[in-house]
Write a protein that binds this ligand. Structure first.
Ligand SMILES: [Zn+2]
Length: 379
């Protein structure tokens, strides 16, 4: 797995720690996946799902309510079974490597919040699935994809104003010099950046980050307070400029468009293979609520198969943002320092296995980003 490639600014000792960090997290996600798979298998093999739906139907005759009760039970069971894995990954390991700044109580509060938010969103999706399949037996895959797309647009739009404030505080960037430089760059990129916010990542982690979030009227650039406090001015500016290129070129919209096409394709494949898979597990039709574990299995497998397409598209836009940032700041040296520092401090693997990078990296590896900047020439 490991590679001999290296760079003078990449700390080899930290890379060894980065591999340990990655392996511990990998073991946990594999563990969590295996436990979930076993649970689904047990539910299907012991006919627990059918039994549970029969039991519910005996007491409840309204279908949407039945759907809601079934989903709630399954969601609670899965959330609590995977909770220990989440705790080790998000709390114990993050503390062990010096990243988390949360105490146990704060971590559990966050877990509870995401548990509830995901519950509400999941329930909505679940209701839509089981209301659609019976009414549009031949075209539900198309309707479902379109509804999912609409849903993700709404979610992306409300994310910075509804969901994010539940976890972080943000405020307009006050720093005079930085703000001036950003406004000046904005003039040169031809965009008026309406919202540049500093967000208190330090309340949870020592890791630094910046991002463009929101859509339409909620679109904004977020800069982690950890980035502002620990990085040099020109490094911060490199990171912000990268985000400004995402902003200027509407990468959020492009990614949603591509993701929508992938979703339609995925649901179409789902639709074509589902009669065999459902039949194999002893179900007659996809509209059966009890057959949901089969739905979950097909969906999970297809997501793993389609993952590299989304990852490749994301890397394409990340490379564009990197090139755009270099052209705007004209400071490749600061960009290289930024990426190397990110890599050393946050334990990213600088030169990952090429297949792993292709399969799941949403950003080019730090090694590739550094070499892009070093090969970059001022126009
Ligand atoms: Zn980016």
């Amino acid at each position: 797995m490991s590679s001999k490639r290296t760079h003078p600014l990449i700390d080899d000792e930290r890379q060894k720690v980065a591999r340990r960090y990655r392996n511990e997290n990998l073991r946990l996600s594999i563990g969590s996946l295996i436990i979930s798979a076993i649970l689904l298998a047990v539910i299907l093999l012991l006919d627990l799902s059918k039994g549970f739906v029969d039991f519910l139907s005996f007491h409840v005759s309204v279908r949407p309510l039945l759907v809601a009760l079934y989903f709630s039970a399954l969601y609670i069971v899965f959330s609590f079974i995977t909770l220990p894995f989440g705790y080790v990954e998000g709390y114990l390991i993050e503390h062990k490597y010096g990243f988390s700044t949360q105490n146990r109580r704060a971590w559990f509060t966050d877990w509870l919040k995401s548990f509830l938010i995901t519950y509400v969103i999941g329930l909505l999706v679940f209701e839509v699935i089981y209301l659609l399949i019976p009414v549009a037996p031949g075209l539900w895959w198309l309707w479902l994809s379109l509804i999912m797309v609409g849903f993700s647009v709404v979610l992306a739009n409300i994310f910075p104003v509804v969901i994010l404030p539940m976890f972080f505080k943000s405020s307009s960037v006050e720093d005079g010099e930085l703000k001036e430089q950003i406004t000046e760059l904005g003039r040169r990129t031809g965009i008026e950046v309406k919202g540049i916010f500093s967000i208190d990542l330090s309340s949870k982690t020592t890791k630094a980050n910046a991002a463009v979030v929101g859509l339409g009227n909620t679109k904004r650039i977020l800069i982690g307070d950890t980035l502002l406090s620990k990085y040099e001015k020109d490094e911060v500016l490199s990171a912000v400029t990268h985000e400004m290129v995402h902003y200027r070129e509407h990468h959020m919209w492009w990614l949603i468009l591509w993701q929508s096409l992938i979703t339609v394709l995925m649901f179409y494949v789902f639709f074509r293979i589902q009669p065999f898979v459902y039949g194999w597990f002893g179900f007659e039709h996809a509209s059966e609520i009890a057959a949901f574990p089969v739905f979950a299995i097909i969906f999970a497998v297809l997501s793993y198969i389609f993952k590299p397409i989304g990852a490749s598209l994301s890397r394409y836009y990340e490379r564009r943002a990197d090139r755009g940032a270099l052209a705007l700041t004209g400071n490749a040296e600061a960009f290289v320092r930024l990426i190397a520092k990110f890599c050393n401090e946050q334990l990213s693997i600088a030169f990952p296995n090429r297949i792993v990078e292709w399969y799941k990296y949403t950003h080019p590896s730090p090694g590739k980003r550094i070499s892009l900047a070093e090969r970059w020439e001022k126009p």
